[in-house]
Design a protein around this ligand. Structure first.
Ligand code: SF4
Length: 244
């Protein structure tokens, strides 16, 4: 019998409790469904389904990806991709944002929501890049985290997609939901989820895994009524949210 089939026979009730159980305060172990053999089986299934998963945000350079990622907070990538071509024509690089008129930037990015805060972030990021990093987007997690509007998720997107550097795992709403359903984490806090995933996913897979899980979350493992009938991970999944 194939290993994945044997894994598929794990008592469902035990894993159901794992996926549904609230995070234990101070718990340091990943989800109980994260044993190495099971994780390997999940990664193989993700490779099978999404061998070439990549970032959906259109960009021509790392700085544009940074701006697009900031704009994607609480917004769809599709909406961001509608806004950024015009935005980047008007403001091609950090120095163009650094001293831009906030009202004009606000009107450009308004469709992405939270446009006042996002304007402050992208103008502030442009200014900091110009004044403290010589006009070049920094390439380390520590430096990126000093930019306004940049937390670990955004920094991981930029480092992984633009620079090919695996510093961590991108944890957005899809990664948060799908990782919990697959039992890879028992936490709800993005930083702790990232730590869990970094423990169980081999480092060389961090970048691709993030893209794959995001694609899976968008296409199949949706927040409402996940399409479990179409899911190639179904035999490995014991989520209480399953629809079959
Ligand atoms: S079986 Fe359903 S809940 Fe589990 S990963 Fe697949 S789509 Fe998501």
């Amino acid at each position: 019998m194939a290993k994945s089939q044997r894994l598929g026979k794990r008592p469902a009730q035990k894993l159901k409790r794992t996926a549904a159980s609230p995070a234990r305060k101070g718990a340091s172990k990943p989800g109980r469904g994260a044993d190495p053999a099971r994780v390997r089986a999940i990664l193989a299934k993700l490779d099978e389904a999404y061998p070439a998963a990549s970032c959906a945000l259109k960009h021509e350079n790392p700085f544009q990806l940074l701006i697009s990622t900031i704009l994607s907070a609480q917004c769809t990538d599709e909406r961001v991709n509608q806004v950024t071509p015009g935005l980047f024509r008007k403001y091609p690089g950090p120095k163009d944002f650094a001293y831009a008129n906030p009202a004009e930037v606000e009107s450009e990015i308004r469709p992405t929501g939270f446009f006042r805060n996002k304007t402050k972030s992208i103008i502030g990021a442009g200014r900091k890049i110009v004044e403290e990093f010589g006009g070049e987007l920094p390439r380390t997690m520590e430096e990126l985290l000093t930019l306004p509007g940049v937390a670990r998720k955004t920094a991981n997107v930029v480092l992984g997609t633009a620079f090919g550097t695996a510093c961590g795992v991108v944890v957005d709403t899809h990664v948060q939901r799908v990782s919990a359903r697959l039992g890879l984490t028992a936490h709800t806090d993005p930083r702790k989820i990232e730590q869990d995933l970094m423990k169980v996913i081999p480092r060389e897979k961090w970048i691709l895994f993030s893209h794959q899980i995001i694609w899976h979350g968008r296409r199949v493992c949706r927040a409402r009524r996940p399409r479990c009938i179409e899911c190639n991970l179904e035999r490995l999944c014991y989520s209480k949210d399953k629809t079959i």
